[in-house]
Design a protein around this ligand. Sequence first.
Ligand code: URP
Ligand code: ZN
Ligand code: ZN
Ligand code: ZN
Length: 484
Amino acid sequence: MSTVIKGGTIVTADLTYKADVKIEGGKIVEIGANLSGTETLDATGCYVMPGGIDPHVHLEMPFMGTYSSDDFESGTRAGLAGGTTMVVDFCLPGPEQSLLEALQMWDNKTSRANADYSFHMAITGWNERVFNEMETIVKDKGINTFKHFMAYKGALMVNDDEMFASFQRCAELGALPLVHAENGDVVASMTAKLLAEGNNGPEAHAYSRPPEVEGEATNRAIMLADMAGVPLYVVHTSCEQAHEAIRRARQKGMRVYGEPLIQHLTLDESEYFDKDWDHAARRVMSPPFRSKQHQDSLWAGLQSGSLSVVATDHCAFTTDQKRFGIGNFAKIPNGTGGLEDRLPMLWTHGVNTGRLTINEFVAVTSTNIAKILNVYPKKGAILVGADADIVVWDPKRSKTISAKSQQSSIDYNVFEGKDVTGLPRYTLTRGEVAIEESTVKTKEGHGQFVKRQPFQAVNKALSTWKELVAPRKVERSGIPATGV
Ligand code: URP
Ligand code: ZN
Ligand code: ZN
Ligand code: ZN
C-alpha cells in the first residue's frame, strides 16, 4: 500500500517547490515528479506542509475543581480537523505525588488518541524524590521538558528556590525548562483586593493579572535560567512586557523561546467587558487577552524571530463549568479552546494579511516547535524518512467558525463568527487520511506517544560556557597573617 499526494506545492520552513510526495508504512519514502502509488490524493492548487504541532494543550486536565472537557479523543480529533497532527500535553503531579506515578495516570488517558502526542512534565514541588525521578523521566520516559508554574498560588505554583533548583537539574540532564510566567503572589494579592472591593465579574480576572505581572515573572525566569546555564521556553507570552524581556535576552545571546497563542494574537481585552457574563467568562484564561498594542508586539515578534512558535494552550471548559465562578471571578476555570482553529486563524490573520510568509507559517506552527522540542525531523518536516504527518492546505477554502460544526466537545467557541480562508483539504496522520475537507475519518487509538531525547547541542553549548566562566579560587602567595 502506498499513497501519493499529487500536484501540490510543498511548503517547508525554508523551501517552496512543486513535487509529489509518496508515503509507505506511515513515512515519507519519496519526493519528486510524476510519482505513482496505490492511492492518489489530489493536491492541485494546494500547499503540502508538515502537519501542525501544538506544543501546549491540556486534555482532560484536573484544574480548579473540575476537568477540562476535551480529552485525548476529542482534542486530537479537533486538532486534525484544523491540520494539527501532534499535541504536547502537560503531566501535572499532585502535591507530594511521584512524577512516575503521575505519568502513569496521564498515560492512562491516551488510549483513544487519534493523533500522536507527547508530554511535558510539571515540577509542582521540590524534594529529593523529584530530583531523582527527573533523571528517569528524561532517560527512560522520553520527556525532555519540565514545566514550572510561577502562578496559581496554593495549587501548582513553585517558588524561586524550587524553580532554580529544578533549572539546575534540567541543565545537568539535558532538559529544557518551561515557565508559566506570572507573579503568583501579586496575582493573589490583587485578586483579594478586587474581590473585597466588590469587583467579582470576569473583567476583574484581567485586572488581577496586568502585563507587569507577566513581564516581571518572565524576566525573573530568564535571569534564573541564565544563572543555571539552561535554555528557557516561556509559554503563552501575551504582552509587550514579557516579549521585551525575551527579546532583550535573545539579543544578549541567551537561548530563550517565546510562545504566543493564537487567542492572544487575534482576540483582545474588550471581550471581558461584554455585558453577557457567559461571553466574558468563556474567555477567562491566564494570562488574559490584552490590548491591540500588545497584539502588534506579538505579531512583530513572530515576524522578526524574537518569538518562536504559536500554540493554543487548549484547555476547554463548558459554559456550565465556567459558571462555577458566578459571584467570584477567581473560581472561573481558567482556559480557552483553539486546537481546531489555530492554523486557519493564523493563516487568515497572518499569511492572508501579509504579516507572515507561508514558510514562516510552517516554521511557527510546526518546524520550529519540532526543533525546540527535539523531535525534528521525525516531525515538522517534509523529508524522506519523516513521519507522514502532513496537511494538504487549500488556501481558497473558507468557512465561518462556529461551535455548531466544531469537533471540540464544548458548547461554544471563542472565535465564533470569525471568517477564515485557508483550511485543510486533507490531514494525514502517519500516512492515514484523518480529514478530507469536512469529512472526519479519524481512528481512535491510532495516536502514539512520541519519545523525545535529551538535548545535545544547546545544553552542551551552555554547559561548556558555564564551565569556562565558573567561579575559580584565586591562588595567592603572601597572604597576610590573621590576628596579631
Ligand atoms: O488559563 C489557562 N492558561 N489555563 C490552562 C493552564 C495554564 O495556565 O496553562
Ligand atoms: Zn499556563
Ligand atoms: Zn497551559
Ligand atoms: Zn492507525
